[in-house]
Design a protein around this ligand. Structure first.
Ligand SMILES: Nc1ncnc2c1ncn2[C@@H]1O[C@H](COP(=O)(O)OP(=O)(O)OP(=O)(O)O)[C@@H](O)[C@H]1O
Length: 463
């Protein structure tokens, strides 16, 4: 990143959107405009763009294809997708192929500014990381990772244990569970900390591009190869190479990767000489690689090479204890960054956020808290500040478990499902106490089946 005003490229086929965004950003940033993905790519080649805001649906090269291409560039910009489809699913797809984050259209300018500020911060951190690799070596690589649940502390322990070996590590887990964060932590905790940490998102590139990115190519290796390019394996020499979305690589690339893992050497595309590197590999996937092996889509020998140490990152819904910590962490951070005096969440808000399933895991939680903070009017974040879709999802989740009470009051749109849940839990505890802990009797008293009681005991964590 340069020291001048950050440079933002806006790609959208609608003139009004382009101009509107330019109007909002031009005070603080240098802005370039493009009407489609192709023009956007051309501008990326000519200018050192820091952040791209791109529409998803455009004629010609659309937002996904643009992202795929841009993410594979030497110094890729941060890409924020602007999507009319605000589903987590679309966001996850875009982020899988290298986008940094997404915003739903119509774009909320507060959210946009916040996301840009955070993106620039990420770029600064990246620049610092490569400038001052030495200083990073002194920090505990796990400092920035929040969590105290048994599930996550087990991961911390595994990370500490394997960090300073040369073993290949396979990090598995759903999107947003922190695979990249842990990969960086492993690097920082290792004796390679003062050497490069190089990441590559395998899903963002087609087979040829990926191979040329990984191994580099010689001048003239293929049309457009105007000069020799050093691949990421070479760049990571002495350090760590992080291969994200490893489950997405083609059979041909699997073979080539296997060869490098076995021999530690390779040739640049179109090159004759053999290059030997000392690279520690960390791979990540949100797929079940073992199942892919069984299905014949992932090579078994490569799987075993990668899976020397397997660290599974638990989804957030399986470690609810970490949710309040993460809420607090992101609240403080965002409030500070936005100069907002917010002291915390109301207990009802925490209850809803704690009950939610978080399919997008920590990334989704972070985005949610950031949005809540930006929109907040009071000094405490209340149930009203919780995004509507989350409240609704939690409401549906909770009322779905209420259908065994023929005589229970129907959940109306105004009733707080959490209160109903709390009542139900109290009723069960009371019934059990009255029946001296006998579950069959308690079930009869509650007018529910023993099986339903059993399920509810599990659900409420009543022993
Ligand atoms: N335990 C944690 N503590 C603090 N922040 C976290 C934690 N886990 C994840 N995050 C944050 O959540 C976001 C997503 O994490 P990260 O990109 O590492 O996930 P990922 O599993 O690699 O996702 P993807 O599969 O989509 O690439 C990042 O902003 C990261 O800093």
């Amino acid at each position: 990143m340069s020291l001048e005003k950050p440079l933002i490229l806006i790609i959208d086929d609608e003139r009004n959107t382009r101009e509107g965004l330019r109007g909002a950003l031009a005070d603080q940033y240098e802005v370039l405009l493009a009407e489609d993905g192709l023009r956007g790519l051309a501008l990326l080649k000519e200018h050192a763009v820091d952040i791209v805001l791109t529409d998803l649906r455009m004629p010609g090269l659309d937002g996904m294809d643009f992202t795929r291409k841009a993410a594979s560039m030497e110094n890729p910009p941060l890409i924020i997708m602007l999507t009319a489809y605000g589903s987590v699913q679309t966001a996850v797809e875009a982020m899988k192929i290298g986008a940094y984050d997404y915003l739903t259209k119509p774009v909320n300018l507060d959210n946009l500014e916040m996301m840009i500020a955070r993106g620039l911060d990420t770029l600064r951190q990246r620049a610092n990381a490569s400038d001052e690799r030495n200083s990073l070596g002194n920090r505990d690589g796990l400092d920035a990772i929040i969590g105290s649940s048994k599930r996550i502390t087990t991961v911390f322990a595994a990370v500490r244990q394997v960090a300073d070996s040369r073993s290949t590590v396979l990090l598995s887990g759903e999107s947003g569970t922190g695979k990249e964060l842990f990969a960086q932590a492993i690097h920082r905790l290792s004796s390679r900390a003062d050497k490069p940490f190089i990441a590559i998102h395998c899903a963002a590139l087609n087979e040829n591009l990926l191979e040329s990115e990984l191994f580099g190519h010689e001048k003239g290796a293929f049309t457009g190869a105007n000069e020799r390019v050093i691949g990421r394996f070479e760049k990571a020499d002495g350090g760590t190479l992080f291969l994200d979305e490893i489950g997405e690589i083609t059979p041909a690339t699997q073979v080539k990767l296997l060869r490098v893992l076995e021999s530690r050497n390779f040739e640049r595309v179109g090159g004759g000489s053999t290059i030997t590197v000392d690279v520690r590999l960390i791979a990540a996937t949100n797929r079940d690689l073992k199942a892919m092996v069984d299905a014949g889509t992932f090579r078994e020998d490569l799987f075993y090479r990668l899976n020397v140490v397997n660290i599974a990152l638990p989804p957030l819904r399986e470690r609810h204890e970490d949710i309040p910590l993460l809420l607090d962490f992101y609240l403080k951070r965002t409030a500070r960054e936005n100069n907002k005096a917010i002291d915390g969440f109301s207990p009802e808000a925490v209850k809803v956020l704690d009950t939610y399933d978080w399919p997008g895991n920590v990334r989704e939680l972070r985005n949610c808290v950031e949005r809540m903070v930006v929109f907040a009017r009071g000094s405490t974040l209340t149930l009203n500040d919780v995004p509507e879709d989350i409240r609704q999802a939690v409401g549906e989740q909770l009322s779905g478990t209420n259908d065994h009470h023929g005589d229970a009051p129907a959940t109306t749109t105004t009733a707080d499902p959490l209160d109903i849940k709390a009542n139900e839990k109290n009723l069960i505890i009371q019934a059990l106490a009255e029946c001296g802990g006998n579950r069959s009797q308690a079930a009869i008293k509650l007018n529910i089946s023993r099986r339903t009681l059993h399920r509810k005991l599990n659900e409420y964590g009543i022993q």
